[in-house]
Write a protein that binds this ligand. Structure first.
Ligand SMILES: C[C@H]1O[C@@H](n2cnc3c(N)ncnc32)[C@H](O)[C@@H]1O
Ligand SMILES: Cc1ncc(COP(=O)(O)O)c(N)n1
Ligand code: MET
Ligand code: SF4
Ligand SMILES: [Zn+2]
Length: 442
């Protein structure tokens, strides 16, 4: 990797500029593996960094399934995810023409795109009859197409699956890739080819600069299953693979759970960072309880905020459709926004540059009753504007919540009359992210 040779590339410059950090800090993070910039050499777009010291990123999962296969709808969901501020998109398609969907999404996406190649193998043939050569051919083809990072469940091995089965789990294996590979291992007695031929995988990834996203195939899918032997056994294997992939010149991040009770989230993040030598952590949720189908963007955001504050580097969104159906466009909006709220809440206490400036400027606009300012800085400017403008106080200085008893308005008058204090009208806001990707822009 060029970073190890001390060279600052165009990609590092772009990331440094967007994060308002010194390019040398980015180079150092890449060299020691605490930062990754997923970008296939065949994919042209403005790259985004993930890792230590950087803004917590948000990924949106899209893709057709066996039951629901409309390419147009997936393209719309891609653009919606981009418009509402996602930093990354994964194509998790398992239905119809997977190569065409992927090619279209890569072409249309201004963001990094991730995939899970084992899905294609399982969708186009029987996993139990999988020929490892076929799996590697699919990986090579996706790399050639320009996929920026791939989830590979290399830690689902004979040994880790045996450890998982020792303990009674409520939900067993919920990861799709994990379930497929465990079924293959248990049915054939063969080892997971992604583990057995890990060096071969590294060679392909290094050639196209595809970033590893080491999958958590044995993650808990129930809060009652969190942090058990199977999950931790897999994490230990992933830690070893982080070292091996880095030695082969590859960029690596590690995926994490899942469904985790509030009081185990920090421990899970700390364990991952320690065991995986500071590799960027990419977490699904975590969902903090299991009883809210229809609202799992909320259970996921509650856990995501704690995880981000504890050092998680990218949050995978959870939408209200989780556990119920394929997300539609509205689910994508709610999932991205909920997850961005979690990420920004984490950034405020993680000391991410620019997060507090954005936040405090919103508070200043609120104090000034500057509605346009508030709408401009809102995570979802369109919804904020609609709510005010549809109310009876659409054109009023105050809002319809308190009306003439608006505390801010009363206090502003009191300050002007009695304290002599000047209102804080200075603009200290810095755009927290590339303007092109922000809904509403700024
Ligand atoms: C691992 C995560 O991926 C989600 N997931 C799996 N397939 C798709 C798809 N086609 N579209 C959106 N999300 C998907 C699951 O719901 C889980 O949250
Ligand atoms: C953060 C995260 N975790 C896991 C997966 C893969 O899904 P699965 O493991 O179900 O195949 C993913 N795409 N993102
Ligand atoms: C069992 S539903 C599939 C995904 C699941 N929500 C998870 O946490 O991984
Ligand atoms: S219940 Fe639905 S979301 Fe969960 S694993 Fe099965 S098909 Fe996927
Ligand atoms: Zn789940």
């Amino acid at each position: 990797m060029l970073a190890c040779a001390g060279k600052i590339t165009e990609e590092m410059m772009a990331v440094a500029e967007d994060e308002r950090l010194d390019p040398e800090f980015i180079r150092q993070g890449l060299a020691d593996g605490t930062i990754v910039i997923p970008k296939n050499i065949r994919h042209q777009f403005r790259p985004i960094g993930i890792g230590k010291g950087l803004r917590t990123k948000v990924n949106a999962n899209i893709g057709a399934s066996g039951y629901h296969q409309l390419l147009e709808e997936e393209i719309t969901k891609l653009h919606t995810a981009v418009q509402y501020g996602a930093d990354s998109v994964m194509d998790l398609s398992t239905g119809t023409d997977l190569d065409l969907i992927r090619e279209t999404l890569i072409r249309e996406s201004p963001l990094m795109l991730g995939t899970v190649p084992i899905y294609q193998v399982a969708s186009e043939g029987s996993i139990l009859k999988m020929d490892p050569e076929e799996l590697f051919a699919v990986i090579e083809k996706q790399a050639q197409q320009g996929v920026d990072y791939m989830t590979v469940h290399c830690g689902v091995t004979k040994e880790t699956v045996r450890k998982l089965r020792q303990h009674q789990r409520i939900e067993g294996i919920v990861s799709r890739g994990g379930a497929l590979l465990a079924a293959y291992i248990e049915a054939t007695g063969n080892e997971n080819p992604l583990y057995e031929q890990f060096d071969r995988l590294c060679d392909i990834f290094a050639r196209y600069d595809v970033t590893f996203s080491l999958g958590d195939g044995l993650r808990p899918g129930a809060t009652g299953d969190a942090s058990d032997r199977g999950q931790l056994a897999e994490l230990l294997v992933l830690g070893e693979l982080v070292t091996r992939a880095r030695e082969k010149g590859c960029q690596v991040m590690v995926e994490g759970p899942g469904h985790v009770p509030l009081d185990q989230i920090v421990a899970n993040v700390q364990l991952q960072k320690r065991v995986c030598d500071g590799a960027p952590f990419y977490v699904l949720g975590p969902l903090t309880c299991d009883v809210a189908p229809g609202y799992d963007h909320i259970t996921g955001a509650i856990g995501g905020a704690i995880a981000a504050a504890a050092g998680t580097d990218m949050l995978c969104y959870v939408t209200p459709a989780e556990h119920l159906r394929l997300p539609d466009r509205q689910d994508v909006i709610e999932g991205v926004i909920a997850t961005r709220i979690a990420a920004h809440s984490g950034d405020l206490v993680k000391g991410v540059k620019g997060a507090k400036a954005w936040n405090d400027q919103m508070s200043r606009y609120r104090k000034q009753l500057d509605w346009d300012g508030m709408f401009r800085l809102a995570m979802d400017p369109e919804k904020a504007r609609r709510y005010k403008e549809e109310s009876e106080a659409a054109n009023a200085k105050v809002c319809s919540m308190c009306g003439s008893l608006c505390s801010i308005n009363i206090d502003n008058a009191a300050i002007e009359k009695f304290s002599g204090q000047k209102p804080d009208t200075s603009e200290k806001f810095l755009t927290p992210r590339p303007a092109a990707a922000v809904a509403g822009g700024d």
